[in-house]
Design a protein. Structure first.
Lengths: 115, 108
């Protein structure tokens, strides 16, 4: 079974801190995604990556950056955390090989609180 | 544009009732999946259903790809079925596109 692992389930940080959210997948998937979920807004795409060192902005990239130095790891970075970045963050991955015939896989989520 | 739309946005039912959740998707979206997000925020994969019908216990799903919609059926609802149900598809660029979800509340 594919496993997508997010490094923390719960995280509390202070305004202005640099925050790293890590996501690792073990199935050699090319495509990885970071979403945030907020009440009433559903899931929104922050960034995605379709290969090592490649990244594309999603719908709400402001205030975030990402890093994909290795295929299995996709990091989301909050350069200077702000309270409006308090949210649930979800990582997902999917294979590019026959992507038309593959389901996507999600991590358990990281609930991040910025104080 | 690429769209996945879900209805209804909210649904409140008594325990034991049946429910149908709908997902409409645009031409450029394929490979429908249904997820249940539990109260702890975890997305649980229910069905991967690009077409046809699948059943798992009290849950079943049908996707009619030619008409661009998918339905999730929950029979004999239980309070543990409460939560948000998402459908999602994949665009031609391998981006996952989510619907806005249906919040289901099952009252005892």
């Amino acid at each position: 079974d594919v496993k997508v692992t997010q490094s923390s389930r719960y995280l509390v940080k202070r305004t202005g801190e640099k925050v790293f959210l890590e996501c690792v997948q073990d199935m050699d998937h090319e495509n990885m995604f970071w979403y945030r979920q907020d009440p009433g807004l559903g899931l929104r795409l922050i960034y995605f990556s379709y290969d090592v060192k490649m990244k594309e902005k999603g719908d709400i990239p402001e205030g975030y950056s990402v890093s994909r130095e290795k295929k299995e790891r996709f990091s989301l970075i909050l350069e200077s955390a702000s309270t409006n970045q308090t949210s649930m963050y979800l990582c997902a991955s999917i294979s590019d090989r026959g992507a038309s015939n593959q389901p996507q896989h999600f991590g358990d989520g990281t609930r991040l609180s910025i104080l | 544009g690429i769209q996945v739309e879900q209805s209804p946005p909210d649904l409140i039912l008594q325990e034991g009732a049946n429910s149908t959740l709908r997902c409409n998707f645009s031409d450029s979206v394929n490979n429908l999946q249904w997820f249940h997000q539990n109260p702890w925020g975890q997305l649980i994969n229910l069905f991967y259903i690009p077409s046809g019908t699948k059943q798992n216990g009290r849950l079943s799903a049908t996707t009619v790809a030619t008409e661009r919609y998918s339905l999730l059926y929950i029979s004999s609802s239980q309070t543990t079925d409460s939560g948000v149900y998402f459908c999602a598809g994949i665009s031609s660029a391998s981006k996952i596109i989510f619907g806005s979800g249906t919040r289901l509340s099952i009252r005892p």
